[in-house]
Design a protein around this ligand. Sequence first.
Ligand code: PLP
Length: 420
Amino acid sequence: MTDTTTQARWQEDASRDLVRNAGARLAMFTRGEGASVWDDSGRRYLDFLGGIAVTSLGHAHPVFVDAIARQAATLAHVSNYFATPPQLELAALLKEIAGAGEAGRVYFGNSGAEANEAAFKLARLHGAADRNAGTPRPRILALENAFHGRTMGTLALTGKPYMQEPFLPMVPGVEFLDSTVAALEAAMDDRVAALFVEPIKGEAGVVELPEGYLRAAREITRRHGALLIVDEIQTGAGRTGEWFAFQHEGITPDAITVAKGIGGGFPIGALITYGEASDLFYPGTHGSTFGGNALGTAVAVAVLREIERAGLLANAAERGVQLRTAIEALDSPLVRETRGRGLLIGVGLRHPVAGAVVAAAQQHGLIVNAANEDTVRLAPALTIGDVEVDEFIDLFGRALHTVEDSLLLEDPTDHSKESA
Ligand code: PLP
């Protein structure tokens, strides 16, 4: 356990020096390796959050470390006036794994929100192109409860009114729909520039779209000349068992956005466009100083090639099934269901106690997070094997028991303790 004086000190520093945009930090981590992290007292934890679906190769993976060291010692940054070999290699690799074909193009940013900002501008450019042809497309559709980021543009796309409220007015033009094909059919017309979709709503509690939704969305958007833009920021980089979640559905979108696991811990994001959508940006319409620099792109190339080399797509799919089966076999009265795909898993609880489960897990030496009040989210490294799965089940089972016991203690109608 962390020494309480040390803990008090860093918590004091954090609460004095960091902007209060987030709650209190839950621990001070100083080191990581594979699926393990260590706090400042030297205590080890099993990390099943992976920095929220980011550390796809785990912590301090030699491939990641080596790529950073080599590229930093070679050339880190030259600005987008110039090309670098890793930037072009990553663009070609992303096009390949995303199935974007010859016509595809890639824009680089530094985060998920920046990738989605670029996608928002892509949608506006599409609307403007058709406006010039006399058929404006001022409308953008997005899904209720989906999350696309926290910048002003991406917040406008994020279907969570409580997040938007302090920052009103929003960037105009975005309308929210429930995730049914019927709602999409009803809302769609030839004035829609784009539909934004999060294929599994991670921040909403790892909620999948209804079966067939993406295929129907592809057909409906195409019929009306609107772009289908899929946010693969949490689901991409192999997490669901395919490179990108849309690939389970056999569709071709007009654009996807990626970030998080692509860089394995190095901040990088990208917009990948398909077909005619690749012709919408023109010089001067967008840019970022750091986006696509040699250092970030070299790391992402190394991470993606290692995911491929080590067969981590298949591992994500198999470990996902293994984990969900084992969680369900715990037979906890707290667990209602497991959701998700591959190694993006939501454990749905019967009570709004996800925060308590996460806190108990941390006490037992396990890092997970509460996607909402009744969902615990798991997004571990894609490299996990039997050892990590077994340890997770042991620790998670104990965390669930801790919370089950406390619920029993708190339940005034429960008399089981009296006879015990
Ligand atoms: N889109 C999705 C689906 C996400 O899960 C996230 C982050 O959680 C974002 C966008 C925003 O990414 P970032 O936090 O890197 O800006």
